[in-house]
Write a protein that binds this ligand. Structure first.
Ligand SMILES: *[C@@H]1O[C@H](CO)[C@@H](O)[C@H](O)[C@H]1NC(C)=O
Ligand SMILES: *[C@@H]1O[C@H](CO)[C@@H](O)[C@H](O)[C@H]1NC(C)=O
Ligand SMILES: *[C@@H]1O[C@H](CO)[C@@H](O)[C@H](O)[C@H]1NC(C)=O
Ligand SMILES: *[C@@H]1O[C@H](CO)[C@@H](O)[C@H](O)[C@H]1NC(C)=O
Ligand SMILES: *[C@@H]1O[C@H](CO)[C@@H](O)[C@H](O)[C@H]1NC(C)=O
Length: 482
């Protein structure tokens, strides 16, 4: 095969095949080669044209729905001041919110700038293998990492973020690369968060001043970065964010068409809905709608509840109070209500500037993992049932599993039922319905009271023999409405 790099028509091929006229580097030539290989596999396949109607029809790769639980790691230069939240720069310099301004005035020398924080992102304790082990032990199946937040600092040595990246300043490391390698070793799916816009990038501000009739920022920054991330790190998920302009400005449909048709990850890649002011909760892969979206009822399209263990912030806060963190009971309640309604849950933890993850976050993740170990069959690969929560007993959520030709319904109760658990929604059948309590042996007795439903008798369980804490799961087999 002739070396494609020898052809001087290459720039023209690139322009024709790729909607972006980025400057050619050897890296881009590599993209073109990959494109040609994929094109052969693709022969006869239907390609996705760059419009939302067509892109929205792409089936979501199955791994995502089955995985249910992801960990969201928000880490960047804002992790250095680590007060209030990750919007620090914007709230200090653009919005000039007094508490941010005061904090800087009181604690830093005059003239201190936000970029001055970057060298202090030391990461001296960062061991991404340790992070990956922690995430694995939480029971999560994917991890989403902030490769670039709205501050514009790239956590990989991007060729499109000169001197404002983790190789040039601060850690002097390819954080994305290290983390991706560690996650793959632990069989965790890799999600890359990427902010389309940047608060203070002059090119973005100029496009904005032009009412987004120019695309200088998109052409020279956003798109080259996204291609670079995909081609270098081959993610399973792109979690796009920060889109205060229409998707036509961002060229989102063109990027997604490339991602789904030709990219090296076209079969497994999953995306979200934050691709422009016109797309949130409407277009894209799964829907995130708003932050901490948890509607409490079944949704028509696959969705994700992106939420935080620190209720106040996504980035690390040194000044956080204990009661601002979700308790494990609250966290399990969020997980269970989300999954019952067909959602995935993306749980945020916030590392410190030095690469450590505080013990409180670690504890929540480990607690979650211990609960999931006992109750995994009700969670991973499950589907929403007919009823999402019980019609009579509060704080009972349902999931369903297809086990070969049989179905099992799982009732997950957030209140310890003591002697009896009455459920109104399941319709039992005498001699055909069997009830099990996950983490214990044997079947449970039940009766069918006159008002309908099922009344389950709990065995006596000594406190130290309790299979798990915080929420308890009952498997119901052979229901009439199973
Ligand atoms: C940046 O460009 C150089 C030279 O083309 C290339 O070797 C390197 O892989 C690129 N870096 C990234 C992150 O793509
Ligand atoms: C942008 O739109 C505003 C309001 O419609 C208008 O006043 C302004 O002149 C426009 N600016 C440019 C550069 O087109
Ligand atoms: C956006 O897509 C259009 C249509 O394919 C193309 O003409 C334009 O050059 C693209 N712009 C950028 C910034 O990539
Ligand atoms: C079931 O969930 C819905 C929606 O979240 C709620 O309105 C309803 O009160 C719940 N039912 C019970 C019995 O708690
Ligand atoms: C369930 O059964 C127990 C024991 O017979 C009874 O005390 C309780 O009232 C029943 N609950 C319902 C809702 O029927």
């Amino acid at each position: 095969m002739p070396n494609i790099k020898d052809f001087n028509i290459l720039p023209w091929i690139l322009i024709l095949l790729c909607p972006y006229t980025v400057e050619l580097t050897s890296q881009d030539q590599h993209i073109v080669e990959e494109f040609n290989i994929v094109k052969q596999w693709n022969k006869g396949d239907k390609l996705y044209p760059p419009n939302w109607e067509a892109l929205d029809k792409r089936p979501l790769p199955v791994w995502y729905d089955s995985a249910k639980i992801g960990i969201f790691v928000v880490w960047g230069v804002y992790s250095v001041p680590s007060v209030y939240d990750e919007w620090f720069w914007c709230f200090w310099k653009e919005k000039k919110i007094p508490k941010y301004v005061e904090f800087m005035k009181k604690n830093y020398r005059p003239g201190f700038t936000y970029p001055d924080f970057a060298p202090m992102l030391t990461a001296e304790f960062l061991d991404t293998d340790e992070w990956a082990s922690l995430f694995k032990s939480s029971g999560a199946e994917y991890v989403v990492f902030t490769t670039k937040h709205h501050e514009g600092f790239t956590m990989w040595p991007s060729n499109h973020s000169f001197n404002w990246n983790s190789m040039a300043v601060g850690p002097k490391r390819d954080i994305v690369g290290e983390l991706v390698t560690s996650l793959r070793k632990k069989d965790l799916r890799v999600g890359l968060y990427h902010s389309l816009f940047e608060w203070f990038n002059p090119l973005f501000l100029q496009d904005k001043a032009n009412n987004f009739t120019t695309q200088e920022f998109v052409t020279t920054k956003t798109m080259p970065e996204l291609y670079e991330l995909v081609n270098n790190y081959k993610p399973d998920l792109i979690w796009s964010d920060g889109s205060p302009a229409p998707s036509s400005y961002w060229n989102s449909t063109e990027f997604l068409a490339w991602l789904y048709n030709y990219s090296p990850v076209r079969d497994e890649i999953v995306t979200n809905d934050r691709w422009g002011t016109d797309t949130m909760c409407k277009h894209g892969g799964f829907l995130t709608c708003s932050d901490r979206f948890n509607p409490g009822k079944l949704q028509k399209k696959k969705w994700e509840n992106a939420m935080t263990i620190d209720k106040v912030s996504w980035g690390f806060r040194r000044n956080a109070k204990l009661d601002e963190f979700l308790t494990i009971e609250e966290l399990i309640a969020s997980i269970v209500s989300t999954i019952s309604c067909g959602g995935n849950i993306l749980i945020n933890v916030a590392p410190s500037y030095d690469g450590t993850i505080q013990p409180l976050f670690q504890e929540r993740l480990k607690q979650m993992g211990s609960w999931l170990q006992v109750n995994s069959e009700a969670i991973y690969g499950s589907f929403p049932w007919k009823h999402q929560n019980d019609t009579s007993t509060p704080r009972v959520w349902y999931t369903e599993q297809q086990i070969k030709t049989n179905k099992a319904v799982y009732a997950i109760t957030l209140n310890w039922p003591d002697k009896y658990l009455y459920l109104k929604s399941p319709i039992p059948v005498q001699d055909q319905t069997f009830v099990y309590f996950l983490g214990t042996e044997g079947q449970l007795e039940w009766t069918s009271p006159p008002q309908g439903g099922i009344n389950i008798t709990l065995p006596y369980i000594p406190y130290n023999k309790m299979p798990c804490h915080w929420a308890w799961v009952f498997r119901l087999e052979g229901l009439q409405n199973g």
